[in-house]
Write a protein that binds this ligand. Structure first.
Ligand code: AMP
Length: 144
């Protein structure tokens, strides 16, 4: 059965998430310069930080990077090569289990544009966005 044939009550977060390999991310030990390039290239305000393959450590935002390199009267761009992502990242991450129900997924994105999806061992599996939830509600509204 395809996701489009399912009722909202049958959906779980795993069916709706953007999978980990498609999610823009950086590693703990990357210099800020790399994080900055990723942020500019992908166009998002923040990206996830991983250690190893897909263990979630936190997230890093454009605002945090700009704040770190702001000197007295100029941006100290050379600091982008000196600081590492783990020194400045934010470690508070909203998470949801991949087998959580549609309604729990919906609740998790009421106050945030997306939430990180993890498996039972805490491995990052992807993200659930508010857009994905809204698309399913629209589909359900027009269901014959
Ligand atoms: P959207 O609903 O598509 O606007 O996505 C909401 C938020 O989820 C974005 O602002 C990003 O922070 C995050 N996001 C969506 N897709 C990706 C992706 N492929 N890689 C990294 N972050 C993403």
């Amino acid at each position: 059965m395809l996701v489009k044939d399912k009722y909202l009550k049958e959906l779980i977060v795993e069916y709706l998430m953007i999978s980990s390999e498609k999610v823009a991310h950086v590693q703990l030990n990357n210099p800020l310069e790399h994080a900055w390039l990723v942020l500019v290239k992908c166009g998002y305000i923040a990206v996830r930080v991983f250690y190893g393959s897909f263990m979630l450590a936190g997230y890093i935002s454009q605002t945090v990077i700009l704040d770190q390199i702001l000197g007295i009267d100029r941006y100290e761009v050379e600091r982008l090569g000196e600081l590492k992502v783990h020194e400045v990242m934010n470690t508070e991450i909203n998470r949801i289990h991949k087998e959580a129900s549609f309604i729990d997924g919906l609740k998790s994105v009421i106050n945030a544009p997306y939430v990180c999806v993890v498996d039972g061992d805490g491995y990052f599996d992807g993200i659930l966005t508010r857009r994905a939830i809204l698309k399913e509600i629209e589909r359900d509204y027009y269901r014959q």
